[in-house]
Design a protein around this ligand. Structure first.
Ligand SMILES: C[S@@+](CC[C@H](N)C(=O)[O-])C[C@H]1O[C@@H](n2cnc3c(N)ncnc32)[C@H](O)[C@@H]1O
Length: 190
């Protein structure tokens, strides 16, 4: 599966999807393929629900999901895309890597403007909109939720976007933000 190769014939459609989305995601080929398979599983098994991604950066992961839905003629689900669209927020004490290295140290060592340093993951909302438009996914089904997810997720929950999420991205928002964003739909994900 590695090195850009799809071992199984039913994964073949992912080749073109990956070629289109790869420039707009930090995720690897294998993880992109896993996302493709996950979305296909949802469609094939008629699992209801919307899609939520928390931390979309340039939009590539959601683009994979959207193009997969289009490929399987199932582009009828809503997408809720949460991000500051101004890059990572400041890490707190609970944000550490697998080696217990504080994210503060990592990010603060990148002491340059957010716009110029990839580690801060800055991607303006208009750029993301343009990227997402390439998928030709129905625009009325896509909601951009701008702001710190610690503030926007609880509000969005009361307006019910994540009430029946069938898939979601935890894609690399720091731990505290991920916990906040995960809570609304977790009980419904089983
Ligand atoms: C590593 S990138 C996500 C990568 C992306 N999922 C992909 O497929 O390439 C992390 C994203 O989380 C966003 N982010 C970080 N902290 C956030 C917060 N507190 N609220 C909302 N978005 C946040 C950043 O702006 C950035 O776009």
């Amino acid at each position: 599966m590695a090195n850009g190769k799809c071992a199984e014939e039913q994964d073949e459609p992912f080749r073109n999807i990956w070629a289109m989305c790869q420039p707009f995601t930090m995720t690897s080929f294998d993880r992109g393929l896993a996302l493709f398979r996950g979305v296909r599983y949802i469609v094939e098994n008629r699992i209801p629900g919307d899609f939520v991604e928390c931390g979309v950066w340039k939009g590539g992961s959601s683009m994979i999901a959207m193009l997969t839905l289009r490929h399987f003629k199932a582009a009828n689900r809503r997408f809720f895309l949460f991000d500051t669209f101004q890059g990572m927020t400041e890490p707190t004490d609970v944000d550490i890597d697998v080696h217990s290295q504080p994210a503060k140290d990592l990010l603060c060592s990148a002491h340059v403007a957010k716009e110029t340093v990839q580690i801060w993951a800055h991607s303006p909302i208009n750029d993301v909109r343009n990227n997402i438009e390439r998928t030709e996914y129905p625009p009325d089904l896509i909601t951009f939720v701008e702001g710190d997810v610690r503030n926007t997720a609880p509000v969005a929950r009361t307006k019910s976007p994540a009430n029946s999420a069938s898939s979601r991205g935890y894609a690399a928002a720091p731990r505290e933000k991920t916990r906040v964003a995960a809570n609304p739909a977790r009980p419904r994900l089983g």
